[in-house]
Design a protein around this ligand. Structure first.
Ligand SMILES: Nc1ncnc2c1ncn2[C@@H]1O[C@H](COP(=O)(O)OP(=O)(O)OP(=O)(O)O)[C@@H](O)[C@H]1O
Ligand SMILES: [Mg+2]
Length: 228
């Protein structure tokens, strides 16, 4: 697909992120509908902080972020710390995503049917149909990751921010989850920023891969073939 002709969903302008001190500085990037961007880098370097800043949860230290997405449900976030409601069922947790992505303006019964359809579809896509009524605290780490992914897919975001959502999954589940998410992105022409510790997987899944090193975000192809 040619992403170059569409208007960016996200533009980062000289963005510097961090808490007291800068972690990643002077980021300039445009992300267009349908694009998958991945970010790799060692632990504690600021990857989650960057994603949280784009999500509006941390204030930029410098620079700005332009988001060209709908305010209701346009931005979906699968956090590294999942934020599931532990005593509530899988279906309830996924329902929160469906609610965030739907409008209450329509007739309540129409809304309810649409909401349930989204919840069931997302749960099925993540292979969790037999767990729908279980409280999430009784699920394994990998199953909980899939609940958080289903919650965000039920929201039907235009921009998906995913923070290591494949960790704790075994190879078979990774294939299922990756295929489901990529299908969703292609069908909806949505974009994804993925943080991924496995660099091979990052390159395989995404159109462009970036690495955070020494406080800078650098595209992998810019490293050239130099040996280190
Ligand atoms: N709320 C916070 N307030 C102050 N400092 C924080 C906060 N959250 C994280 N940090 C610090 O910011 C740095 C970067 O953390 P961040 O979570 O962005 O790293 P990361 O690259 O995602 O690491 P990992 O791969 O382990 O998830 C760390 O030194 C961390 O201690
Ligand atoms: Mg992190």
């Amino acid at each position: 697909m040619n992403h170059a002709n569409s208007k960016p969903l996200v533009t980062l302008n000289d963005l510097t992120v961090g808490y007291d001190e800068p972690l990643v500085s002077k980021i300039n990037m445009e992300i267009r509908p349908g694009e998958i961007i991945s970010i790799v880098g060692s632990s504690g370097i600021g990857k989650t902080t960057l994603l949280r800043t784009i999500a509006g949860l941390v204030k930029p230290l410098e620079g700005s972020i332009n988001l060209n997405i709908q305010p209701r449900g346009g931005l979906g976030y699968i956090p590294q710390k999942l934020g599931l409601i532990r005593h509530a069922s899988v279906a309830h947790n996924v329902g929160l995503g469906a609610r965030a992505g739907t409008s209450f303006k329509e007739d309540p019964l129409t809304w309810w049917k649409r909401r349930n359809q989204r919840v069931n579809d997302a749960i099925e896509l993540m292979g969790l149909s037999d767990k729908a009524d279980e409280p999430t605290r009784r699920l394994s780490g990998g199953q909980q990751k899939r609940v958080a992914t289903a919650r965000t897919l039920a929201q039907q975001p235009q921009l998906l921010l995913a923070d290591e959502f494949l960790s704790e999954l075994d190879e078979d589940n990774i294939d299922v989850v990756v295929r489901a998410v990529i299908n969703y992105l292609e069908e909806s022409n949505a974009a994804m920023i993925l943080i991924e510790h496995n660099i091979e997987r990052a390159v395989e899944i995404s159109h462009r891969t970036f690495s955070v090193r020494e406080g800078k975000l650098t595209e992998l192809s810019d490293f050239g073939s130099e040996q280190e």
